[in-house]
Ligand binder design. Sequence first.
Ligand SMILES: Nc1ncnc2c1ncn2[C@@H]1O[C@H](COP(=O)(O)OP(=O)(O)OP(=O)(O)O)[C@@H](O)[C@H]1O
Length: 265
Amino acid sequence: MTNDVLVVTGLSKRFGSGPGAVQANDAVDLTVHAGQVVCLLGHNGAGKSTLVNQVVGLTLPDAGTVVLDGVDAVADPARARALASVQAQANVPITGLTPRTAIALVGRIRGLRKADALRRADELLTALDLQPWADRSAEKVSGGVARLTAFAMAAVAPGRLVVLDEPTNDVDPVRRRLLWAEIRRIADASAGILLVTHNIHEAEHVVDDVVLLDAGRVVAHGTPAALVAAHPGDTLEDVYIRLVGHEPPPGQAATVPSSTARAAA
Ligand SMILES: Nc1ncnc2c1ncn2[C@@H]1O[C@H](COP(=O)(O)OP(=O)(O)OP(=O)(O)O)[C@@H](O)[C@H]1O
């Protein structure tokens, strides 16, 4: 067992050909260690989901290597998928199930005994404050509860690598805190976590390392504190805006006017 859970080297992926082609990933390098939460940041279309899809063997790279817990994930995607648990950007449909049965079912599929899968599902439902909806049919739960259920399905029997693509979407502020705490707990139990989020403020205080992507390339990489120290600005969001914030079109305000300015107008 190695401390490097994930090592990505020179990963490149282009979609299409000719003038309309998109270079979604361009020679990306990154590493996730056991116990580490690594966060991918970047604009819409920066290439984050393309990167995670290649890591878990859903998309074939054009070039580069993905080594997951010592396994070549490009050559052996089925084995790589067994080593990773994934919360995809779009929720897996769980029609006909309840949050509890869906979470326990994934636990069973990932090799837990029935009693352990049910116990772990119950633990997660409590940790994420989902017990009021635990036994409702999945069609009747809210978007945030569905998103947290999808997270719990990835967390019930974590692989060596846990991939979370925008886990905080639709989740209320109180349950987002519970979610971040659970993510930290999974890492502390020695999984590596690769996380995509647009929630920079919250991520800044939880993640160990940040990889900032722009147009498929890594434009900055380091701890939140190191990135803030290396670039003018007080927060990780300031660094983000400085490095990948694009100029607004001519004549368009760069910032939203304050409520007093709007009232005076
Ligand atoms: N299957 C595909 N076919 C063609 N283009 C694709 C495909 N998948 C992604 N792309 C393009 O690749 C680029 C990167 O997309 P990707 O989904 O990886 O971005 P992202 O950073 O995850 O964005 P978001 O934050 O909006 O989820 C985009 O320009 C997207 O349109």
